[in-house]
Write a protein that binds this ligand. Structure first.
Ligand SMILES: [Zn+2]
Length: 92
């Protein structure tokens, strides 16, 4: 019988490439007998479905642009950076 490592690898591989009939049969038998690999296959199918149904989106980083920082935050960052630079310059 196919091992669990072979079965999980095959479950993942068949998303990217065609799998031969004997490998498909061996996987089918393994999945009938092994609840752990059956659960893994269900997870892979769900993840694949979720990824295909959700369009890729860029994260919204507009809140982190310097233009949106308040004057106090900009001053604090500048002081922190200059203190760090001063500390690095004075290290041996
Ligand atoms: Zn298994």
């Amino acid at each position: 019988m196919m091992t669990c490592a072979e079965a999980t690898r095959l479950v993942s591989d068949r998303m990217h490439r065609p799998v031969g009939p004997w490998a498909r049969l061996a996987l089918h038998v393994h999945l009938l007998l092994c609840s752990g690999c059956r659960h893994y296959e269900q997870q892979v199918v769900l993840i694949r479905y979720w990824l295909r149904s959700k369009p890729m989106q860029q994260p919204d980083t507009s809140a982190f642009t310097p233009a949106h920082l308040g004057a106090e935050a900009r001053t604090r960052i500048q002081m922190s950076l200059s203190a760090r630079t001063h500390h690095q310059r004075n290290q041996p």
